[in-house]
Design a binder for this molecule. Structure first.
Ligand code: ADP
Ligand code: ADP
Length: 228
């Protein structure tokens, strides 16, 4: 469902962020994207969202060649991808319910659909009882649950998580990983960029390691670091 063919990225300042990346991620896979800071992970994710254009090569997502997408088609394309960030990125002036509902409003869902779907995803992330709370009244783990609910509310085929446990204590991080794992078991493809070595080593999922813009390792049931 996600394919990079000979993808390279040279930024305007001549930094080569990615060099000839070839990779296929099938529907329903769970993939960790690891590598040191500056390796090219964010560039990889931004190209999937069509926020950054490849300098060379081609990216196909669910049969759509991203270079063929017209400007007015990009918002529709992005709706099929749920995004979760390290810093949650919730709207502070909206309560939990409204943060999630907002993601449906912007894609033009009807009031009826919103009333049905928002309580469903809040139940899924275990936050039904906190629907009236504001982000600053929630713990980090709860805020991340809201952001996961928001990412899922439009039923994306892929969930991309960029360091989703980076601001959480280890126990809370484990709970969030259990939730992401459940979402994967329900069929959503997961791509998660992370520096959380223990999480990667515990979960035994596919690991794609990027180093200096190249795929250094791509292993089923991989580990965070190369085994000697
Ligand atoms: P593009 O090549 O995608 O058009 P730009 O070079 O115009 O990207 O930069 C986009 C943004 O990223 C700018 O705001 C720029 O300041 C910022 N930026 C520039 N260099 C770096 C860097 N090394 N790391 C992260 N961001 C950078
Ligand atoms: P990672 O997410 O693994 O830390 P990035 O994809 O952010 O790596 O960065 C890869 C390389 O590209 C780095 O050398 C970074 O400085 C450079 N880079 C990232 N964004 C930009 C940009 N907008 N303009 C210029 N250089 C960039």
């Amino acid at each position: 469902m996600i394919e990079f063919r000979g993808v390279s990225k040279v930024y305007d300042n001549n930094v080569k962020a990615l060099n000839d990346i070839n990779v296929v991620i099938e529907r329903g896979e769970f993939v960790f994207l690891v590598g040191p800071s500056g390796a090219g992970k964010s560039t990889f994710i931004k190209m999937l969202l069509k926020e950054v254009e490849p300098s060379e090569g081609s990216i196909v997502v669910n049969g759509t060649k991203l270079e063929k997408l017209k400007r007015n088609e990009i918002p529709y394309y992005r709706r099929k991808i749920g995004m979760v960030f390290q810093d949650f990125r919730l709207i502070q002036t909206l309560n939990v319910y409204e943060n999630v509902a907002f993601a449906m409003r912007v894609v033009g869902a009807s009031a009826k659909e919103i009333r049905k779907r928002v309580p469903m995803v809040l139940a899924l992330v275990g936050l039904s009882h906190k629907y009236k709370m504001f982000p600053n009244e929630l713990s980090g783990g709860e805020q991340q649950r809201v952001s996961i609910a928001r990412a899922l509310v439009n039923n994306p085929q892929v969930l991309i998580a960029d360091e989703p446990t980076g601001n959480l204590d280890p126990d809370t991080a484990k709970e969030i990983m259990a939730l992401i794992s459940d979402i994967n078991k329900a069929g959503t493809t997961i791509l998660m960029a992370t520096h959380a070595k223990d999480i990667v080593n515990t979960m035994k999922k596919r690991v794609i390691a990027i180093e200096k813009g190249e795929i250094a390792r791509d292993e089923e049931k991989g580990r965070y670091e190369h085994e000697n």
